[in-house]
Design a binder for this molecule. Structure first.
Ligand SMILES: [Zn+2]
Ligand SMILES: [Zn+2]
Length: 200
């Protein structure tokens, strides 16, 4: 298992119950025949259902291969959780220098990150070789670990965030889970469409 999938599984393991249910529902929505794995046909069917055209589907097959960590031609639950992690975590996934898929540690512009504009992310190679154009005179680039420490500084100087007690009724949760499938498929389509244009 590569480090990227391990990260995704650690993310999944610590999700709240309602979010885990969403993740499981997402897997089930892809697994048409219920055999516990996603074939390339099921992957394509899900994209078609989400409104993808033939060109987009062809372009996003690279994502399927990237997710298929053991290379057996199907996606098991853990491999789909890598997709779920990519879609849900908010992490960067495309290098703004070379367009590569960002699998490991990457650099992000702190100014853009804090201004809530589009994030500006770079693979280590582009960052090192200055292979990028950015609208700032000097991009304020930090790697993921430095970024965490910067956020810690910001949080420690502001008020404590209000905790979200997550006290929704079971009916509300059931409605939420029932309504997530199509929106997750929409998100999956948009995500696959973007990744289809990347260098995988
Ligand atoms: Zn790059
Ligand atoms: Zn920036």
């Amino acid at each position: 298992m590569d480090e990227f999938q391990e990260t995704a599984l650690a993310y999944y393991a610590n999700l709240p119950k309602s979010k885990k249910e969403e993740a499981i529902e997402f897997f089930r929505s892809l697994d048409r025949n219920g055999d516990g794995k996603i074939s390339i046909q099921e992957y394509k069917a899900a994209l078609t259902e989400a409104g993808a055209g033939a060109t987009d589907i062809a372009a996003s097959l690279g994502l399927f291969k990237e997710l298929d960590n053991d290379g057996n031609g199907t996606l098991d639950f853990d491999e789909v959780m890598t997709l779920f992690y990519l879609m849900e975590s908010g992490r960067g996934y495309s290098c703004d220098g070379c367009g590569a898929f960002l699998k490991g540690v990457y650099f992000t512009c702190l100014t853009c990150f804090n201004s809530k504009s589009n994030s500006f992310d770079l693979c280590c190679s582009c960052c090192r070789n200055n292979n990028f154009n950015h609208h700032h005179d000097i991009a304020d680039l930090v790697d993921n670990f430095v970024l965490l420490h910067q956020i810690r500084k910001i949080v420690s100087t502001s008020e404590e965030p209000t905790p979200d007690p997550d006290q929704k009724s079971s009916l509300e949760q059931a409605v939420k889970v029932a309504s997530t499938t199509s929106s997750l498929l929409d998100g999956f389509f948009q995500f696959a469409e973007i990744l289809g244009n990347l260098t995988l």
